[in-house]
Each structure stands twice: as structure tokens, then as C-alpha cells.
Design a protein around this ligand. Structure first.
Ligand SMILES: Cc1cc2nc3c(=O)[nH]c(=O)nc-3n(C[C@H](O)[C@H](O)[C@H](O)COP(=O)(O)OP(=O)(O)OC[C@H]3O[C@@H](n4cnc5c(N)ncnc54)[C@H](O)[C@@H]3O)c2cc1C
Length: 395
């Protein structure tokens, strides 16, 4: 490979953000022989607001990239809860309960999971700076300035700094991304938790999804070993001012004593923002939440941050090998493997939130969903794609 380190640059690639996307990109690029740094404003292990559910497709990626399996991750206590059961409700009316998914739901604590991935990057030899914030990014010269005064120049920058990305802000300032377009599709997620010590140990031992408390969004309950996470997420423009109420209504509908519930925290979730331009002049690439790439129905983003990290790494490699421009290859991979699927997800979202959500009150809709359940779960877990669906497959 034509390695590019020159005297004038500090790194081949500077990665802003050491979440799952940044760590995966750092690990892969170092393994490809590049000189890489990751900068994160926080010191790890750090908490990240998240339900922590990992799907089947994420495990395929973890095996391919890191050689880790479900068994090895259970052994290392990275997975902290697993179950085959799940429940889908309209408010508290059960639509699907006692369901057994063919592939279990695995849950992680993001403090543990993200630290594990960043350690992988460190072990591979990536230079990691923690507790220092990237404050300025120059998209044309590929220079970044940190809050403690350091400056670095690189051949490529990867913006893996989440939904409030400073690298993405620079895209907005340079009119590569339109702010209105970004905000139009943005969702918000609120979460709180209850300590298992404060509830009966037989309660809340499987994931639960509830529609009906929010328009264009849903509530969730995700079990962990030591706590139970309660959340709500949905499109901001359709639910302004309703998020807290929807979470409180969910909690009281479940019969949970509000006194055992922690404080509520919130964070943006990309919810269809993938239509923005995620790359500038072949050398500044946005991945994961920073690129608006998360499932536009469920809001699942861990997998997509790691998948886009893989795409960005291979796009940089192809560029260095003079085979394809970074932009061409990155956009090709995104369009072929992610956006084509998201097109169907957006259609499903429209149907569910505009039509079915209202009809979920009625029993025939429950029956229809029950008939579809196995297929729906396969799509959610990434075992099967929407594109392979025919209506007859449902029955
Ligand atoms: C309430 C909620 C629940 C969710 N539940 C799930 C779920 O169950 N399953 C799922 O798959 N997804 C879930 N998601 C989505 C998921 O959390 C994100 O999609 C995922 O974390 C994106 O990963 P990332 O690496 O792109 O960014 P992040 O995980 O956000 O990482 C970004 C990193 O960049 C760092 N950073 C930010 N700015 C700077 C800066 N200026 N300088 C240096 N460092 C910086 C941050 O400290 C952080 O470590 C949820 C999201 C929310 C809000």
C-alpha cells in the first residue's frame, strides 16, 4: 500500500470521538498500517445515554472486525443481560407477549462496551487522547485544535463525535449540510432507570416496546443486570413538549413507583438524517451519529456507527491505493448497503406512525401483527432485509 505519512502531517488519520464508531475506525485503520489518533473529550470509561441493545447484525460485525463472539463477550462480562423474550404493547395493552425471538436480545452497558472497544484501538497501537475536546476543525487544511492548546494536522479526519458533532457543525458552517435539513429529521431520546434493588426481581426481565404514548415515536423498557432502563424517543417536530409526559405516562402505566425512578436525561438521535452529505473533498468523513446514520424507525445506532466506521476505513484505503476516490467509494457503500434499506424503513415508519399507530387500539391489527412477528423480528435483528420481503412471507 502507498502509505502517505509526510513530514508535514502529524497523523494519517485523526478521529474525533472515541465512541463505538471512532474506536472501530481507529482499530481498523491501525491494522491497515496507518498512523492514527483518536481524541475524545471524556475520560473512559464514561457513560453514554443509551438503551444498550445490540442486534444480530452487530455480532456479525464484532466477529468479522474484532474476532469477538457472543460467548467471548459473555465471558468478558461485556454483555450484561440476554433474553429471548420480548413484548410489544399499545400503551399497556399487550399486542405481542410471551414471544420468543430466534436470536436473543443482548444488552450492554455503554460504559463497559465503549471502554472495551477503545481498549481494542489502544492495544492495536492507536494514539488516544482522552479528556481533551476538539474545539476547531479546518476542513480544507485538515487541522484540528484541542481545548488544552494542542493542534494536529492529518491527511484525513473522521468525525465520529456523535449527534452534536463539532465536525458536522463545520459542514453546516461551510454549507455542505443545511441546518434545517438536519433538524427536520432529528429525534430526541429521554431515559431514566430503576435500580433492581428497588423492585421485585421477577419483574421486567425482557425488553418491552410500547406505542401510543407518543406520535412518531415509542417508549421502551430495556432490562440490564443491575438496573432497568425506561425511555422514550421520537421525532422532535411531531412531539415538541410531549416527551417527558410520554415517559411519565409510560412509567405510571407500568405501575412503577416514581420515587424509585432516577432523574431523566436526554440526547438527540438521528432519525432519518442520513440524507445529508457525509464527506468533504475526499478527506473529511462523518460516520455514525455525526453522519445522521441510525435506523430511522428504531433509532438503533451502535451497529451503524461501527458499520460506517468500516466503510470509511475501506474508503480511505482505496484512496491510498489509488483505486477509488474516498468520496466515491464511501457513498457507494452507504447507498448500496445502508440507504437502500433505510428507504424501506422510512416507508414502514410512515405506515406505522400514520396508520397502524391509530389502529393498534383495535384487535384485528393485533392479529395481523402477531402473524408478522417472526419476520418483523428478523428484520429488526438484521437477519433478513426488507428487500427480501414479499407479502406472502408474512403468513
Ligand atoms: C436515549 C437513547 C437510547 C439509545 N438506545 C440505543 C440502543 O438500545 N441500541 C442502539 O444500537 N443504539 C441506541 N441509541 C443510539 C446510539 O447511542 C448511538 O447511535 C451511538 O452511540 C452512536 O455512536 P457514535 O460512535 O457515532 O457516537 P457516540 O457514541 O455519541 O460517541 C461520540 C464520542 O465523541 C465524543 N465527542 C463528542 N464531541 C467531541 C469533541 N468536540 N471532541 C472530542 N470528543 C468528542 C463523545 O465524548 C463520545 O465519546 C440510543 C440513543 C439514545 C439517545
Amino acid at each position: 500500500m502507498n502509505k502517505i505519512s509526510q513530514q508535514s502531517v502529524d497523523y494519517d488519520v485523526s478521529i474525533v470521538g472515541g465512541g463505538p464508531g471512532g474506536s472501530t475506525a481507529g482499530y481498523l485503520l491501525k491494522r491497515l498500517g496507518l498512523n492514527v489518533q483518536i481524541i475524545d473529550k471524556d475520560i473512559f470509561p464514561r457513560q453514554k445515554l443509551c438503551g444498550g441493545i445490540l442486534t444480530f447484525k452487530t455480532f456479525k460485525l464484532l466477529k468479522r472486525v474484532f474476532g469477538e463472539t457472543v460467548e467471548s463477550l459473555l465471558d468478558k462480562h461485556i454483555i450484561n443481560f440476554s433474553t429471548n423474550r420480548f413484548e410489544i404493547n399499545y400503551k399497556v395493552k399487550r399486542i405481542m407477549s410471551n414471544n420468543i425471538s430466534q436470536f436473543p436480545f443482548y444488552l450492554v452497558d455503554r460504559k463497559v462496551y465503549d471502554n472495551f472497544l477503545l481498549d481494542k484501538a489502544k492495544e492495536a497501537g492507536v494514539d488516544v487522547i482522552e479528556g481533551d475536546k476538539v474545539e476547531k476543525v479546518n476542513l480544507n487544511t485538515c487541522e484540528i485544535s484541542l481545548s488544552k492548546g494542542d493542534k494536529f494536522k492529518s491527511n484525513f479526519i473522521i468525525g465520529a463525535d456523535g449527534a452534536n458533532s463539532i465536525v458536522k457543525q463545520e459542514f453546516i458552517r461551510n454549507r455542505i449540510i443545511r441546518k434545517e435539513q438536519w433538524n427536520y429529521n432529528l429525534a430526541t431520546g429521554l431515559e431514566c432507570f430503576i435500580d433492581r434493588k428497588d423492585i421485585d426481581k421477577n419483574l421486567f426481565n425482557y425488553p418491552m416496546i410500547s406505542f401510543g404514548f407518543l406520535k412518531y415515536g415509542y417508549n421502551w423498557l430495556f432490562p440490564n443486570k443491575d438496573k432497568v432502563i425506561l425511555g422514550v424517543g421520537g421525532l422532535i417536530r411531531k412531539n415538541k413538549g410531549y416527551f417527558k409526559k410520554a415517559l411519565h405516562n409510560f412509567i405510571s402505566a407500568l405501575g412503577i413507583n416514581p420515587e424509585v425512578v432516577s432523574e431523566i436525561s436526554g440526547h438527540p438521535i438521528p432519525y432519518g438524517n442520513f440524507k445529508v452529505t457525509p464527506i468533504y473533498k475526499n478527506k473529511v468523513i462523518l460516520i455514525g451519529d455525526a453522519a445522521g446514520i441510525a435506523d430511522p424507525f428504531w433509532g438503533e445506532g451502535i451497529y451503524y456507527s461501527q458499520k460506517t466506521a468500516e466503510f470509511a476505513s475501506y474508503a480511505i484505503l482505496k484512496n491510498l491505493q489509488n483505486i477509488k476516490k474516498t468520496t466515491t467509494f464511501y457513498l457507494h457503500l452507504l447507498t448500496k448497503y445502508l440507504y437502500s434499506e433505510f428507504k424501506y424503513t422510512l416507508k414502514l415508519r410512515w405506515v406505522i406512525f400514520n396508520q397502524v399507530n391509530a389502529l393498534l387500539k383495535y384487535y384485528p391489527t393485533h392479529l395481523l401483527l402477531k402473524m408478522m412477528r417472526e419476520k418483523l423480528i428478523e428484520v429488526t435483528q438484521g437477519i433478513r432485509s426488507y428487500r427480501w420481503f414479499r407479502l406472502k412471507d408474512f403468513f
